[in-house]
Design a protein around this ligand. Structure first.
Ligand SMILES: [Zn+2]
Length: 445
């Protein structure tokens, strides 16, 4: 996806300086920070001390960045098992912020920040936004949810520190979002990509064509989204969509972001050390090969994360980026191993379905996957909204589109599935992360 968009009028922000430091200097910085964080984790958190003792490794054994491979992994389950404060390495009087992420099952997880941690988070968010060409003078509509979710406050602090004007609108109240976007001359929108597609659609109904507004940049994250979705958004709104990556367990948004080349996301490696491993063998994969992303925080005091298993599937690229940043890149995360479902023995990710669907003309980016079990056999139905033009056309056009979609899915997934074309507005809209999968197999047996 190189060269599709016109380059933004990016200006250099001083906070971006670490994006360009020579690799040997970066490695020195990573080592000193890694040593400090391992020391802190070992002496401050019982779980880390026990795990390291089991592996016969002590903080002094970390003499090179490569020694990170000797350290134990940390899993999401560890955050649940130590709920609420068991992984904190700082006393509560140094903790200035708590965020909570609710899982689909069991206890939520709690993450903590010292004042310095909030500063680190703000710093990486400034650098991410600078990557996207956001600058002072921009008017940022922050439609990420404010509250326990890290998206809202993360983007807010970063955009403010950058010197942009922030509208802390949070998610929801779509009509007001459109009105403010138009009346305030908003130039940057932060939201989930699925919610933005809803804003485009609702805007059109209200007579607001985003292509005619000053809106220029989209900061999209919190859910995987495909290149097909990117094209759809760019065409329908005229903006340049950027992918931002992060997770609460590590810090929130701002772990990595795309530069204007849209060819992978630069990891802010001076604060987050990335590894990609084979999830089955737990061994590192070669440069550029696919595996699970593992992250270690290098600058987080309240809650250091050592080799956190993100469950996100990606690849790590070391070759230099033409933008000049020395930071390595991760491939866009199209898949979370948590999202994967198995149907008739075949592994399927919702993002593969999305890419196949949106590549076919006449579809809208609103779809849902429904899994059922009939007489012991798994069935998958994909419901997708089609454009009003197709829907109002004679039956022939719908049948033709249905046939095309079944074929496109078969080619991508290697699976014959049912496709149901539905009218615009049939599928429920989300103000945050879209719910793409409904699995009724266990209920119906
Ligand atoms: Zn770059």
């Amino acid at each position: 996806m190189i060269g599709t968009f016109e380059k933004s009028t990016a200006c250099f922000h001083p906070a971006s300086a670490p994006d360009y430091i020579p690799r040997p200097r970066l490695r020195e910085l990573q080592l000193s920070r890694l040593q400090a964080i391992v020391h802190r984790a070992y002496f401050g958190v019982e779980l880390y001390r026990r795990r390291m003792t089991e592996r016969d490794v002590r903080p002094d054994d970390i003499r090179d960045v490569g020694d990170i491979a000797r350290l134990p992994f940390t899993f999401k389950a560890d955050l649940r098992d130590t709920y609420p404060f068991g992984l904190f390495a700082s006393p509560m009087n140094e903790v200035v912020r708590l965020h909570v992420s609710s899982g689909t099952t069991g206890k939520p997880i709690v993450v903590a920040y010292t004042k310095e941690d909030v500063d680190v988070w703000t710093n990486v968010m400034v650098r991410a936004l600078a990557c996207f060409g956001v600058h002072s003078g921009d008017i940022v509509q922050n439609s990420y949810g404010y509250g326990l979710f890290t998206g809202g406050l993360g983007a807010h602090y970063g955009a403010e520190a950058l010197g942009a004007t922030v509208i802390p609108i949070s998610g929801g109240n779509t009509d007001r979002q459109i009105m403010i976007m138009k009346d305030f001359g908003v130039t940057v929108i932060c939201s989930t990509p699925s919610y933005f597609t809803h804003l485009i659609e609702r805007g059109r109904e209200m007579g607001v064509d985003m292509r005619k507004l000053p809106l220029r940049v989209g900061v999209f994250g919190a859910e995987p989204w495909s290149e097909s979705m990117r094209r759809h958004i760019a065409e329908e709104s005229g903006i340049e969509p950027f992918d931002i990556y992060g997770l609460s367990e590590i810090i929130g948004p701002g772990v990595a972001g795309e530069c204007s080349l849209h060819d992978g996301l630069h990891v802010f490696e001076d604060y987050f050390y990335p590894e990609v491993i084979d999830p089955a063998t737990e061994a590192p994969v070669p440069d550029g090969a696919e595996g699970e992303l593992v992250l270690t925080t290098l600058g987080k005091s309240a809650m250091p994360m050592i080799r956190y298993r993100t469950r996100d599937i990606t690849a790590l690229w070391s070759e230099p980026c033409p933008c000049g940043r020395t930071l390595r890149r991760i491939r866009r995360i199209g898949r979370r191993s948590d999202d994967m479902f198995i149907i008739r023995g075949i592994n399927v990710f919702p993002s593969q379905v999305e890419a196949a669907l949106l590549a076919v003309e006449g579809t809208l980016p609103h779809y849902q996957i429904v899994l059922t079990r009939e007489k012991g056999l798994d069935e998958m139905e994909v419901q997708i909204e089609v454009t009003p033009e197709v829907f109002s056309d004679k039956v022939g056009a719908l049948e033709e589109l249905n046939r095309k979609l079944v074929h496109a899915l078969d080619r991508t997934l290697g699976l014959r599935v049912h496709v149901r074309l539905v009218e615009p507005h049939t599928i429920a809209r989300s103000e945050g992360k879209a719910k793409r999968l409904i699995d009724r197999r266990n209920i119906e047996g």
